[in-house]
Design a protein around this ligand. Structure first.
Ligand code: AHR
Length: 533
């Protein structure tokens, strides 16, 4: 018989810091992500600032999104940045052959992207072109973006209206080189990554964190090849490395690539297969991290999961190349499972980017192409409710799921959780993955006490509930009661729901909390990304 889930949280045992960058995002020139999603142009009736939708920026600012990856994805390896700078009416057109075979007019380019990042308060993660570009092109892009003096590219940037160099902390060396990025073999790409990275210079104090394009899901051999190619293995200082991070891509689906399943109409069996696929992220992060440990025990090289999320069949009647899908409570639970795993791997995982921010795959926001109406998805709310984990220290926890569900021979815990602390505050995330029953969850807090406790719960009438312009808050956070019982906290979690509990550590002197906060702010404000510390 199933017992209640129990979460032991050791409030006095803090582990590594959860990089805020694991709450990162991805925006590709794909379907209606950039065009219609972020960018409507200055003459649009939709309220905008220099062409960028005000409502989208406003909503995303609620998430405190730490970084935004652009322009792809597969698109990055056919994108030539010079086509996207200078007077818009003179920009050349191209065919976006990966995504819908549509004509791209380059009206959203480097300046528009950097403007967007500034509006969002997000760091730029620019992904360069290896597949169809050149070393010179990549080298000149980072010069254009970040150089301060009168170098040729800095002069060109000024001519195009931007005097000051931008900060670009993150730069990707191609994308999925094993596939759309050029069908490289691992060792061949590793050499190319070394070569291209060399020419992505850190100009005048803009220290670039270069990210070599990593493995597809279980392909640990790819990670091995990239680690083996590092010249100075095991050094605690990441400086000698040509690239500082290695990426990984993993998508969750209930079926397979040829039949991924519907976003909104799914059976219980498909739901549990999705949960199983989501839990697989734990295996992947462990496997790739362990491989990296062999070569880099000091964890100087970061693991960057720069594409993750659900991938369903497109909504009926939409362009198959635009990857537009609805987003239900199931998607929210997939996100919750991923974040708990990310927190457990905070020592190696330095960044993660959900695919993608608006109107594509597991989006935060969906915009209606006719009315322009904006809807926040269930996944948006998980990001918002979990935002307090950014740059917080992971707390040591023990999860006793109480119940499990068998899927294809695997027993899946029906309860998942994680916890962190920062500035005297504690944030606990919990999810009931079960479809039938409400769960009484016991939070067994040890090594301290929490005061001013409050909780939010996210769920819906069914696990397939979603938000749409006609019912934008069908799935939205609501207050949840937390009771104290014999020194423990108890909450009743509805079936298929996600909740966060926050509280203040009792006895935290306000001055001490303020000092911790000041240090954290100073670290966050530094120009060098402190990803792995
Ligand atoms: O996110 C959609 C696509 O998925 C990206 O362009 C590509 O990198 C991946 O295959």
């Amino acid at each position: 018989m199933a017992s209640s889930p129990r979460l032991v949280v050791n409030l006095d045992i803090a582990g590594p810091t959860i990089s805020r960058h694991i709450y990162g995002h991805f925006a590709e020139h794909l379907g209606r992500c950039i065009y219609g999603g972020f960018w409507v142009g200055e003459n649009s009736e939709i309220p905008n600032t220099r062409g960028i939708r005000n409502d989208v920026v406003g909503a995303l600012r609620e998430l405190r999104i730490p970084n935004l990856r652009w322009p792809g994805g597969c698109f990055a390896d056919e994108y030539h940045w010079r086509d996207g700078v200078g007077p818009r009416e003179q920009r050349p057109r191209m065919v976006n052959s990966h995504w819908g075979d549509v004509v791209e007019d380059n009206s959203f380019g480097t300046h528009e992207f950097m403007d967007l990042c500034e509006m969002l308060g997000a760091d730029a993660y620019v992904n360069g072109n290896v597949g169809s570009g050149t070393v010179q092109e990549m080298s000149e892009w980072i010069e254009y973006l970040t150089r301060a003096d009168d170098s040729p590219m800095a002069a060109l940037r000024r001519q195009n209206g931007q005097d000051e160099p931008w900060k670009v902390p993150f730069f990707g060396i191609g994308n999925e080189p094993w596939g759309c990025g050029g069908h490289f073999r691992a060792e061949a790409y590793a050499d190319v990554a070394r070569q291209y990275s060399t020419f992505v210079r850190s100009h005048n104090g803009n220290e670039v964190y270069r990210i070599a394009a990593g493995a597809n899901a279980d392909d640990v051999a790819w990670t091995k090849a990239l680690m083996e190619a590092l010249p100075d293995k095991g050094g605690a200082d990441r400086k000698p490395f040509p690239y500082q991070g290695i990426s990984l891509h993993y998508y969750t689906m209930s079926g397979h690539w040829d039949a991924k399943g519907s976003a909104t109409e799914f059976t219980e069996e498909e739901y549990w297969k999705t949960v199983k696929a989501a839990y697989h992220i734990e295996t992947l992060l462990s496997a790739h991290s362990t491989m990296m440990d062999v070569y880099d025990p000091h964890k100087a090289v970061g693991l960057v999961l720069d594409e993750w999320g659900t991938w369903w069949d497109v909504e009926p009647g939409t362009n198959p190349g635009f990857l537009y899908q609805q987003n239900t409570v199931r998607d929210a639970l997939v996100a919750a499972i991923h974040f708990d795993s990310f927190h457990r791997h905070a020592d190696r995982l330095v960044m993660a980017n959900i695919a993608q921010t608006v109107n594509v795959l597991q989006a935060m926001l969906l915009t209606d192409p006719e009315s322009g109406a904006l809807v926040k998805t269930p996944t948006f709310h998980v990001f918002a409710m979990n935002a307090g984990h950014q740059d917080a220290a992971v707390l040591h926890t023990h999860v006793d799921s109480g119940a499990s569900h068998e899927v294809d021979g695997a027993r899946l815990p029906t309860f998942t959780a994680s916890a962190s602390t920062k500035d005297g505050q504690v944030l606990i995330s919990v999810a009931n993955l079960g479809l039938e029953d409400e769960s009484e969850v016991v939070l067994d807090l040890r090594g301290g006490e929490l005061e001013h406790v409050e909780a939010l719960v996210l769920g819906g009438d069914s696990v397939a509930a979603f938000n749409a312009p006609a019912h934008p808050n069908a799935v939205a956070p609501r207050p949840l009661a937390v009771k104290e019982r014999e020194g423990q906290l108890v909450l009743r979690l509805p079936a298929h729901s996600f909740a966060t509990v926050r509280g203040t550590l009792a006895g935290q002197a306000p001055a001490a909390a303020a000092a911790t906060a000041a240090v954290a702010t100073a670290t966050a404000a530094g120009s060098k990304p402190c990803l792995n510390c």
